[in-house]
Design a protein around this ligand. Sequence first.
Ligand SMILES: [Zn+2]
Length: 121
Amino acid sequence: MRCDQCNTPIEPGEEKEHLGRILCEDCHMDALSPPKGCDPWAVYTAKSCEARAGGNAALTPLQERILGILKETGGVEPRELHKLLGGEPRLKDLERELAVLRYMEKVRGEKRGDRVVIRSW
Ligand SMILES: [Zn+2]
């Protein structure tokens, strides 16, 4: 038998049921107490929490590009960054990426005069 969540083999008798799914002990604990602060971006939850826990989650290619641009430029406004990325992804999606990166403490906002730029740490 395998965990529905992480696919880890489960010893007979060790399996837990949660909302109709069979989970290993770890996933069952997670399911019962979702980590605080890791909820807003469901898709990124695992990654963000990993980053918090392990410090070195893999970045997506887009996130790598964003960090590369920020390092080259020393910091740009989100709209400028959007332009430098060639207009991809949509600004809304880019903002979400930046939120994730900020959460992972890869980038931060910095006030320069009346502008707020995004820069790498
Ligand atoms: Zn599991």
